[in-house]
Write a protein of this length. Structure first.
Length: 118
């Protein structure tokens, strides 16, 4: 099993408790939660903003977009425009699933022997 390295500091992420998975323009990267906060402080423009995929906000967005995509794709709401909206709504759903299977499933829930990051 390969190590998961933080995109910001290049050190190993040891468990799910310190993992933040973030997305920017079709890229998915792992961060330590502290490194993600530093990255947000350094962000100058909206274009350089990393959006968190996991956590409470990511799970809420996942559920809302899954419901929207299901409604738009499996009903006749808005006809072809509804299908387009449904496919666009699948993007955060796919990101969340990829985040889980690429990063989160490989890490333990909590490592009791870990030392603080800094």
């Amino acid at each position: 099993m390969s190590k998961i390295l933080c995109h910001y500091c290049k050190r190993e992420v040891r468990d799910q408790d310190e993992l933040i998975t973030a997305s920017k323009t079709f890229r998915l990267k792992p961060f330590h939660y502290q490194c993600f906060q530093e990255q947000e402080k350094e962000t100058i423009s909206q274009r350089a903003l990393w959006i968190p995929v996991n956590g409470v906000s990511g799970n809420v967005i996942f559920l809302l977009m899954l419901a929207l995509a299901t409604w738009m794709l499996f009903t006749d709401a808005f006809h072809y425009l509804g299908d387009l909206i449904g496919f666009i709504a699948l993007y955060p759903v796919i990101l969340r699933v990829l985040s889980y299977f690429i990063y989160e499933i490989r890490l333990p829930k909590l490592d009791p022997n870990k030392k603080p990051l800094r």
